[in-house]
Write a protein that binds this ligand. Structure first.
Ligand code: GLN
Length: 533
């Protein structure tokens, strides 16, 4: 068991270069060598967590098993590593300040002036080291959100500087930058990288590895030049060239020797290159698939595909394992109605209605569901998508014309979806939903039971409203059945229409636990039904 090694991943030049994917790829390569690895994201904003953020701001909110509402990069970490993350894997500036201020109020710093250095930086360092000491990881990879030079990132960069000093050869810094290509002169430009490394150096950090994002192959000359200007070994200047799928990045990083450079830096032996057999098996399937499966994803945030990151990836995983190219068509729920549903959903093999909050776009979701229900098109409803399926059935089959969810219409005469009892006195919005993994018992013979092949499952949640059990009997009599319930509370977790080709609404979020090597059973069964002639 080696002592924990810490790798910090910083970014320069531009945002959205894919620090999360580089971090996840490095982690994957170290994991393949037998190390116990985790990845952590430090986000430099003041929200305590991203739970209250509109998806337009930062994309999807990813939920961990222990009920933390986190950055979507944690989804990448789990999909790559196939290991669950936790609250400790995502820390924001808001949480850091909250902890420090709480300590100050308790009197922990009595007599001292509380300052960014050392108090905030110490709290950042404590959160980084917690994963290593408490969970005994061999590697903790910490991704610093934002771009070096941002005011918000400064305390994090300072914490990394201090840790690098304290940990010596047990720490390494990987800096990700961009090498832009100028079309007019046909040249790749390294100056932004040089400046960004200078910025790091000004903050007292010498990076050990530079990963350069590029659209074109980087010559040895360019690498040598960057190495010279940035005090980095030229072998430690590596390229991250654009690839067709993010899942190819670990393979590319292995070719570039990213894991070996890091191992050398942190004083660990470099044994044989791992074969990444299963991972490459998935890639092979992904590239070899000839037939296509076309899924419509109905939601109100479709302008920003990141809002549905985990769902799109889960569909990709399941499509690939069913030997299909997965084509996800994003359909705006506000543009759907009963009149155009047939035209808008034309040619789809299956329709998924997305999670969401609030009233906007609901009617379009109901129209989509009515259409797929009546036309026997495979349907998967997730969270609000399941709740909409319940509302649609009430209005069009049970003849409860004004049925709704209490969330959309407080005065509905038939609240077939109602606020959960323990939510009734909730006043704070942050972190107060029913969050994280809860048990669900499946009914034998249901689509869901057949998908999982077992009766007891545990899935992640993020909701305040639930199916109103007072109506269950009426639903079951009319052909929509509860296929899964929470054993402790009786809360309905799954509604299905057994007579339909495949119609499943789940209150939980299966998308959060689909990984490259372990596609989710519900998504697998949904795609299977979608491709069935
Ligand atoms: N708004 C619904 C609720 O809170 C559904 C939430 C969701 O789709 N994640 O119950």
């Amino acid at each position: 068991m080696p002592e924990t090694r810490y790798v910090f991943v910083t970014g320069g030049v531009a945002s959205s270069l894919g620090k999360g994917i580089i971090s996840a790829s490095l982690a994957k390569l170290l994991q393949a060598r037998g190390y116990k690895v985790t990845i952590q994201k430090l986000d430099p904003y003041l929200n305590v967590d991203p739970g209250t953020l509109n998806p337009y701001e930062h994309g999807e909110c990813f939920v961990t098993e222990d009920g933390a509402e986190t950055d979507l990069d944690l989804g990448h970490y789990e999909r790559f590593l196939n290991v669950p993350t936790s609250q400790a894997n995502n820390v924001t500036t808001g949480r850091i300040y909250q902890n420090v201020i709480n300590k100050e109020r308790k009197g922990d710093y009595l007599g001292k002036t509380v300052q960014i250095i050392p108090h905030i930086t110490d709290e950042i360092k404590r959160n980084i080291k917690l994963l290593g000491s408490k969970h005994k990881y061999d590697f903790v990879i910490t991704e610093i959100g934002g771009t070096v030079g941002d005011i918000e990132s400064l305390p994090y960069v300072e914490a990394v500087r201090q840790l690098k000093w304290e940990l010596g050869n047990h720490a390494a810094v990987v800096h990700l930058t961009l090498v832009p290509y100028l079309n007019a002169s046909g040249e790749l430009k390294t100056k932004p990288t040089q400046h960004s490394v200078k910025q790091l150096l000004e903050n007292g950090i010498q990076p050990d590895v530079l990963v350069l994002r590029t659209e074109h192959e980087l010559s040895q000359d360019i690498r040598r030049k960057v190495a010279l200007f940035c005090n980095v070994d030229s072998k430690a200047v590596i390229q991250s060239i654009d690839v067709k799928t993010i899942y190819e990045v670990p393979v590319k990083m292995q070719e570039e020797g990213l894991d070996e450079i890091v191992l050398k830096k942190v004083d660990l032996p470099i044994d044989k290159k791992p074969a990444l057999k299963e991972w490459k098996g998935f890639l092979n399937k992904l590239y070899k698939a000839e037939k296509t499966v076309k899924i419509g994803l109905v939601g109100k945030y479709v302008e920003l595909a990141d809002a549905y990151k985990s769902i799109i990836e889960a569909l990709n995983h399941a499509g690939t394992y069913n030997d299909r190219k997965t084509k996800v068509e994003l359909i705006h729920s506000e543009e759907l109605n009963d009149q155009n549903a047939a035209e808008k959903l034309n040619g789809l093999d299956g329709v998924l209605v997305a999670p969401g909050f609030g009233h906007r776009g609901i009617e379009g979701k109901l129209s989509a569901i009515k259409y797929v229900r009546e036309n026997n098109i495979p349907f998967l409803g997730i969270c609000l998508g399941m709740q909409c399926a319940v509302i649609e059935y009430a209005r069009n089959v049970l003849n409860l014309k004004d049925a709704s969810s209490r969330e959309m219409n407080e005065r509905t005469p038939d609240a077939v979806i109602d606020l959960m009892e323990d939510q009734k006195n909730v006043t704070d919005m942050g972190g107060t939903m029913r969050l994280g993994a809860y048990d669900c018992n499946l009914k034998e013979g249901s689509n869901s039971f057949n998908a999982y092949g077992k009766a007891d499952v545990k899935e992640r949640h993020r909701h305040r409203y639930e199916f109103n059990n007072e109506y269950l009997e009426a639903y079951e009599k009319a052909g929509m059945k509860a296929a899964g319930c929470n054993p402790d509370t009786g809360l309905v977790e799954i509604m299905e229409i057994p007579k339909h080709k495949w119609f499943v609404g789940v209150q939980f979020h299966p998308e959060y636990s689909s990984t490259v090597l372990k596609p989710h059973p519900i998504f697998m069964a949904f795609i299977k039904a979608a491709i069935q002639e």
